[in-house]
Design a binder for this molecule. Structure first.
Ligand SMILES: [Zn+2]
Ligand SMILES: [Zn+2]
Length: 342
């Protein structure tokens, strides 16, 4: 089969590799769509390290069940599916508390096992047993199904913050994840403020229904958020990797509110925090990454029912051999969200 194999920093080779086969308990999926995630961009730029090399990236997978290993009962070949990428054990301390992304034995697609930037992907038994392969409706396109994983990460952030209807959510960064947070907030009846410095991204946020948008190049966003919300935002999502920006924007959150460092910052970066602010404000400073299987199922429901119009986030569709080019374009902010169609 054809695959985009990662050998190291900026070294991605579109090449012929052996087609995987399903061992007992495993399933092979014929990949139809696989989203390009910021994580993939970071790994390719050398900002983040993959677990093993060479490897195949891509964890936002939708496709057709191609081969079902012995003992797998619920799935049949030809079925249209979306795939939850984290093969968590289901039994450890964290899994028992529903914190699948923190599983002690966690591995997954593009993270120990080969991912979806290939014609076929083998789904490990642990992930099949977990129920991570979810059938999708015929009416749902593969590219939309591939958006389930990134949306589920936003739902995870909202769940952990305990967002309620009418809450003010301040989203810093109107990139693909920031905009998916915006759709998540809207689906949950929360009120939204989106902050960025790129006018086109702010226009996009407005078009997607953001209640307020703030151009951080023109207005002081902390003051603006505090004046809109009167006491500060209930939840602040830092959907970017700049610790300088995060640090400056910490006071956007209200007392007893949640500040979520959602974007991965570069290795070695540091944040300076006034402990008095944390203590007397009873601020919850946290982070989330990945999602749990229930978040993934909820994301699929929101997409299938049109409650999260994720099609508005997809800006480019590319073929597998153009993956590196699409990553480069993403890095330079020339495109918002690309999905590889195979
Ligand atoms: Zn992702
Ligand atoms: Zn576990």
């Amino acid at each position: 089969m054809k695959a985009a194999v990662l050998y190291g920093e900026n070294d991605l080779r579109y090449q012929e590799v052996e087609t995987p086969h399903a061992l007992p308990g495993e399933v092979v999926i014929e990949v139809k769509a696989c989203g390009i995630c910021t994580t993939d961009v970071k790994i390719l730029s050398g900002e983040s390290t993959p677990r093993n090399l060479p490897t195949i990236l891509g964890h936002e997978v939708a496709g057709l069940v191609h081969e079902v290993g012995a003992g797998v009962k619920e799935l049949t070949t030809g079925q249209r599916v979306a795939v939850y990428p984290i093969a968590s054990c289901g039994e450890c301390f964290f899994c028992r508390r529903g914190r699948h992304s923190l599983c002690l034995h966690e591995f997954g697609l593009a993270h120990g096992a080969d991912g979806g930037f290939a014609e076929y992907v083998r789904i490990p038994k642990t992930l099949v047993d977990l129920g991570g392969i979810l059938p999708i409706k015929n009416s749902l396109s593969m590219e939309l199904a591939a958006m389930t994983e990134p949306l589920s990460c936003c739902l995870s952030a909202f769940r952990s913050a305990g967002v309620a209807k009418g809450d003010w959510i301040a989203i810093i960064g109107a990139g693909p994840m920031g905009l998916l947070h915006l759709l998540t907030a809207e689906a949950q009846g929360a009120r939204t403020i989106v902050i960025d410095v790129i006018p086109e991204r702010l226009d996009k946020a407005r078009e997607l229904g953001a209640e307020k948008v703030i151009d951080a190049g023109k207005t002081d966003p902390v003051q603006a958020v505090r004046s809109i919300t009167e006491i500060g935002a209930d939840l602040v999502i830092a959907a970017l990797g700049s610790t300088e920006v995060m640090e400056k924007y910490l006071p956007m959150v209200r007392n007893a509110g949640v500040f979520n460092i959602f974007g991965g910052a570069p290795k070695g970066s540091r944040l300076t925090i006034d402990p008095r602010w944390l203590h007397y404000g009873e601020i919850i400073l946290t982070g989330t990454f990945g999602s749990s299987l229930p978040d993934f199922k909820q994301a699929l429901r929101l997409i299938s029912t049109g409650k999260a119009p994720v099609e508005k986030i997809i800006s480019h569709r590319v073929s597998l051999d153009k993956l590196l080019d699409a990553v480069q374009q993403t890095r330079e902010h020339n495109l918002l969200k690309a999905v590889v169609l195979i």
